[in-house]
Design a protein around this ligand. Structure first.
Ligand SMILES: Cc1cc2nc3c(=O)[nH]c(=O)nc-3n(C[C@H](O)[C@H](O)[C@H](O)COP(=O)(O)OP(=O)(O)OC[C@H]3O[C@@H](n4cnc5c(N)ncnc54)[C@H](O)[C@@H]3O)c2cc1C
Length: 457
């Protein structure tokens, strides 16, 4: 990147070349399997830096890549040789409590938005792990504990600001550039560099009822059956997740169980806590748990509960599908494949979604998949690179065996690096054609292609 010196005077934020302080931090992402080397990094300090960088990349014919929270498992944020726009300095959040809207800069992590909105007893519909970036999550759909009440994260966006391929700053909302607004709510980073996102907020917390209860694997058949029946009848305020895995070394689990197979239910009741205590009572009184931290707690704490199990720097490989329902035969498969886990950090997870997201039409936004009620995530996680093959083989085998329970759709934000265009098609379905038209209008030359790429029509 010889020309980079000419970019520096056009920026407020710093630039890092390979070998310089800051470069390594910017180029590394959550998944340690991703080891790519951009040609240079710009740590943008505002919208003007984004505009200058996009224009510079166009003038010098440089490939662009954009990093939000760096949590995409496929490492889509980083490309070899590219000019990397690292958004991590753009983390401002402004809350308008009267209108119940938050405007967040695109480098925010989920925890940034939760922290500022909870000051007002409000929350946006975000995901489960606080270090995830809002940009990647929202641009691909987004789900979490509030999804069953209010839909995908992207259903709750009222506007976005972005820098387009020709270096212009535009706004997309229901009134301004509605085609672009449609595309941004599931079409990923295909249309430009998003600089700000406006979220609808809802009164949540500050106290909710949430947490985990865990049982030994010997009780898994009954626990998964409980999960199946309770989740089918759950009110929208309740979200249930099952985790079947070796027990992590968490302080709330007895030491002699660490590393041994368990099944845990993660629950969050985001409505009135008095009601929540009644709703989760059947979970707390079920069987003989080895640990129970399903209690009244601050919503902000709930939003960080899984963080420790998902550290940056492990090697990760996932396989996922949307499910229309939980069938007893699937529960058996969950146990069978969890018993073959090859690492202390892996898990077979069933996330409950559904609810409000099922109420909208498929074409409401490209994220689609309005028939999805659960997400199956075969989540491989390990440390030594020498174990790559065994862990990847485990995840693939489990997924192939359980795939038949799928709606046929899959979550675009959970796709791994070896999943190609046919999986993007499975994720976006009929929306892909319309996305290609929007892409042709806003990025005909495919400047933004380090993503789940939509070819311009
Ligand atoms: C531990 C963990 C937990 C997760 N939990 C959830 C969950 O609860 N719910 C859920 O829905 N998903 C979840 N995900 C998936 C998550 O939505 C995706 O990994 C998402 O891509 C993360 O966004 P990011 O900004 O951190 O990603 P990055 O890796 O930084 O970026 C992902 C993609 O978005 C693009 N992008 C980033 N910023 C911008 C921008 N400003 N403008 C344009 N394009 C941009 C990048 O170029 C890249 O293509 C989780 C992932 C992890 C690793």
């Amino acid at each position: 990147m010889n020309a980079i010196d000419a970019l520096k005077p056009r920026l407020r934020g710093p630039v890092f070349l390979p070998g310089e302080a800051g470069y390594e931090e910017s180029r590394t992402v959550w998944n340690a399997m991703i080891d790519r080397k951009p040609g240079a990094v710009v740590r943008c300090l505002g919208t003007a830096d984004v505009i200058a960088s996009v224009q510079f990349a166009r003038e010098h014919d440089l490939l662009l890549c954009i990093k939000g929270g760096g949590h995409n498992i496929a490492g889509l944020a980083i490309a070899d040789g590219a000019l990397l726009l690292d958004m991590s300095l753009m983390r401002g959040v402004w809350v308008d409590p009267a209108r119940q809207i938050a405007r967040a800069q695109a480098g925010c992590l989920l925890g940034d938005v939760d922290r500022e909105t909870q000051v007002h007893g409000l929350a946006a519909v975000l995901g489960f792990v606080s270090a995830t970036g809002i940009a990647g999550l929202t641009l691909g759909g987004g789900f979490g504990y509030l999804t069953r009440r209010w839909g995908w994260t992207s259903d709750n966006v009222t506007g976005m600001e972005l820098v387009t391929a020709d270096g212009r700053l535009v706004r997309a909302s229901g009134e301004e550039n509605p085609d672009l607004f449609w595309g941004l709510r599931g079409g990923g980073g295909n249309f430009g560099v998003v600089t700000g996102i406006d979220y609808k907020l809802y009164p949540v917390g500050p106290e909710i009822v949430g947490g985990l209860v865990a049982w030994p694997a010997s009780e898994a058949p009954k626990v998964l059956e409980l999960y199946r029946t309770l989740s089918e009848q759950a009110p929208p305020e309740l979200t249930l997740v099952s985790l079947t895995r070796p027990a992590p070394p968490a302080p709330w689990l007895p030491k002699d169980f660490h590393g041994k197979p368990i099944t845990a239910l993660l629950a969050c009741y985001s409505g009135n806590p008095d009601e929540g205590e009644k709703v989760v009572a059947p979970i707390k009184s079920f069987g003989s748990p080895i640990g129970d931290v399903l209690v009244r707690r601050p919503y902000a704490q709930m939003q960080t509960l899984l963080d420790a199990t998902q550290p940056k720097g492990r090697r990760y490989y996932w396989k996922s599908e949307y499910l229309p329902r939980i069938e007893p035969a699937l529960c058996e498969k969950v146990m069978e494949h969890a018993a073959k886990i090859r690492s202390p950090h892996s898990a077979v997870i069933l996330f409950q979604i559904g609810g409000a997201l099922n109420d909208l039409e498929d074409g409401h936004s490209p994220v689609g998949n309005r028939d999805a009620r659960y997400v199956l995530n075969v989540a491989g996680a390990w440390e030594p690179a020498a174990d790559d093959e065994a862990n990847i083989a485990w995840a693939r085998e489990a997924w192939s065996d359980m795939r038949r329970f799928s709606t046929g759709g899959t979550y675009i934000n959970f796709l791994t690096q070896d999943e190609g265009p046919e999986r993007t098609q499975a994720a976006l379905g009929r929306g892909l054609e319309r996305l290609a038209e929007v892409k042709a209008r806003w990025d005909a030359q495919n400047v933004f292609r380090t993503n789940r790429n939509v070819a311009p029509a």
